[in-house]
Design a protein around this ligand. Sequence first.
Ligand code: NAP
Length: 220
Amino acid sequence: MHYAVLGTGIVGRTVAARLADLGHDVVIGTRDPAATAARDEYADWQAAQPQVRLAAFPEAAREGETLVNATGGQVSIAALTEADAAHLDGKVLIDIANPLDFSQGFPPSLDPVNADSLGELIQRTFPRLRVVKTLNTMNCRIMVDPARVAGEHHVFLSGEDADAKKAVRELLHSFGWAERSILDLGGIETARGTEMLLPVWLRLMGALGHTDFNFHIQGA
Ligand code: NAP
């Protein structure tokens, strides 16, 4: 499968590396490939992942059959707009981003929130994309290696397109998620709920002092 991971931060790099390890063809998207390649942190990662290609957002989106949104939540619409709607049409977008607003410092607030969500905003803005919100409620190392957290714990799915959710489920299985650990919450509107877990997640990180934890829904 050809994947385009939009975003070169820790999430994009972690997911891209895992996809490549699984044998997929992976391109990672950025605004300015030359500038990104010159960043020490990115260059070190790229040296360890020579099979992942770096490309500008439009080229990456054009090449990818399935897309991953790993851009900052406040800039996801800008990044997808730059990727070009023509390259998004009909494709599955796995949306991992959270609409965290750090403009007033830490802890961040959410925008949009309550009566809207980033998942819905992306789906409304790009109606021909098949948006599946998932994996946004945990640290990225757990996304691709759930065994990092002992015992049962859960990952959520939100989206309108049943076939897209089925394909994402299969990808989650390949990351190590058991079928019973995947909770389909329903349509993309349910992304409001998972995005609004972030204020809880951030306080848990503060209280626990680490990020190797996840939500376990007793009774699921
Ligand atoms: P990030 O720093 O939030 O975002 C990095 C990406 O955003 C880069 O690719 C950057 O482009 C792009 N970007 C920044 N400003 C832009 C703009 N004005 N227009 C277009 N693109 C722009 O990366 P991250 O920490 O890896 O997080 C990615 C997403 O995952 C976030 O939404 C975050 O909330 C969510 N998330 C993170 C974790 C985690 O474990 N850290 C867990 C769950 C969810 P360039 O490549 O050009 O710099």
